[in-house]
Design a protein around this ligand. Structure first.
Ligand code: GLV
Length: 314
């Protein structure tokens, strides 16, 4: 029997199947922005496994301070908050949830893209504040997407799902990827692989779907931008400058450089639509993410090959 800690409540049904003899302890919703290392160490205590989220600092200190920890099941695809090298040194297995949040994230990317291009949030505020007095020819003009070019940075699972949706909007798709992309995806999305400079020069909308690493840190400086990947891929201060200078027409941001803080210049800019890291937030995706954690945990504790390990997916 294993003691498994879940750092905070998940959606109903996410942990279905995690039954006795395993004991499951679900922590309360943290009240501050995120758990501190100390709070996480205390929460894990003597447990042999922990289900973590992107807001939990799974650092070397945490991993080496929890004496019985054998496994970290990350309830996310991204592992930015997990020190994978330290986990491997400590012999701790790390799993994550790739694949099951692809469509939800692609949908939300389009939600932001449309909201920015057609000023949906401004429009809502306009009506609510009583400014809608008559039909006008120039009120809240946006950008038409048909015939425009979408530049996808990172043509993996999510980037490809975003590109597929672009066909329905009559957009041309170009993409940048560090490695040659799968020919089937290129055919399905009628897209073209280009270098990053060409992408930035010729895209009407740039959507980021690359992981955050040394190569992608502060990758972009100016373009019309949608980011549902990771905050530090963008230099937020430069983005604010570019927006203020009018070099960027708008931005839709679900992730931030220093979450949960948001640069004040973004908060005050009217052509920016902001969301609190919501891209995978559908009941369906969040339930499947939990079920992937459960599959990994049950396999680990019954001595089987553990699916969805971080190493095998990187
Ligand atoms: C969310 O950001 C995730 O990585 O799953």
């Amino acid at each position: 029997m294993a003691q498994i800690v879940v750092t905070r409540p998940l959606v109903d049904g996410a942990l279905k199947g995690l039954t006795p003899p395993h004991s499951v302890e679900i922590g309360p919703q943290p009240t501050g922005s995120e758990l501190s290392e100390e709070a996480l160490i205390e929460r894990i205590g003597t447990a042999s496994a922990v289900v973590t989220t992107v807001a939990d600092p799974v650092t070397e200190r945490v991993l080496s301070s929890c004496p019985n920890l054998e496994m970290v099941a990350q309830y996310a695809v991204g592992l930015d908050n997990v020190d994978l090298d330290a986990a491997s040194r400590e012999g701790i297995t790390v799993t994550h949830t790739p694949g099951v949040l692809t469509e939800a994230t692609a949908d939300f990317t389009w939600a932001l893209l449309l909201a920015v291009a057609r000023r949906v949030v401004d429009a809502d505020a306009f009506v609510r504040s009583g400014k809608f007095e008559r039909w006008e020819t120039r009120t809240l003009l946006g950008m038409e997407l048909h015939g425009k070019t979408l530049g996808v940075v990172g043509m993996g699972r999510i980037g490809s799902a975003v590109a597929r949706r672009a066909l329905g909007f009559g957009m041309n798709v170009i993409f940048y990827n560090r490695t040659p992309a799968n020919p089937t995806i290129i055919r399905e999305t009628s897209s073209r692989q280009v270098d990053l400079d060409t992408l930035l020069r010729t895209s009407d909308v740039v959507s980021l779907h690359c992981p955050h690493n040394d190569d992608s840190h502060h990758l972009l400086r100016d373009a019309l931008l949608i980011n549902t990947a990771r905050g530090p891929v963008i230099h937020e201060r430069d983005l604010v400058d570019a927006l203020r200078a009018g070099r960027i027409a708008g931005a839709g941001l679900d992730v931030f450089e220093d979450e949960p803080d948001v640069h004040p210049g973004l908060l005050e800019h009217e052509r920016v639509v902001l969301a609190p890291h919501l891209a995978s937030a559908t009941v369906e995706a969040r339930t499947r993410m939990g079920q992937m954690c459960v599959e990994s945990l049950l396999a680990h504790f019954s001595g089987e090959n553990v699916p969805h390990t971080a190493r095998s997916q990187q």
